[in-house]
Each structure stands twice: as C-alpha cells, then as structure tokens.
Design a protein around this ligand. Sequence first.
Ligand SMILES: [Zn+2]
Length: 79
Amino acid sequence: MAAHRTRLARVTSPASQPASIIVCVECGGRAHLLQIADPEAPYAEGDWAPYRCEDCLDRFDLEVIAEDLDGSAPDRPTL
Ligand SMILES: [Zn+2]
C-alpha cells in the first residue's frame, strides 16, 4: 500500500511571502508581519513588509528580497 503524501504542514507558510515572524532589530524579541500577503497582490521583491515587535512594540519595515520569496530564509521551516 502506497503512502499518501500530504501538504497540510505547509498551508500556514506559503513560499510567496516574507517570514511571518522575524527577530526584532531593536530588542531581539519576536516581530510579527502586520500585513499577510494578499493572494491577489502577493509581495514582490522590492516591496516593504511592515512588522511590529511584540516586546518593544516598535514598528519597522523590511524590504522584501528575493531570498524571502523563494523559501530559503533561515528562519523558515524547511522540509
Ligand atoms: Zn523589539
């Protein structure tokens, strides 16, 4: 009997958007992506992704780079 493959583990982490949580540049806490990518208007290289830190509440924007979009960012789970 062949094993079925599942993609369920990936549904919360599409490869077409920046990381949803990053390390805050100010305090080292967790900063959350404020605007999840719109399926009809996904992030593209050169866009600005807004984040807010849950610890210091600082708001900052990170420029989206190609590395964010191809799923190879080091803070992204890989299979
Ligand atoms: Zn912070």
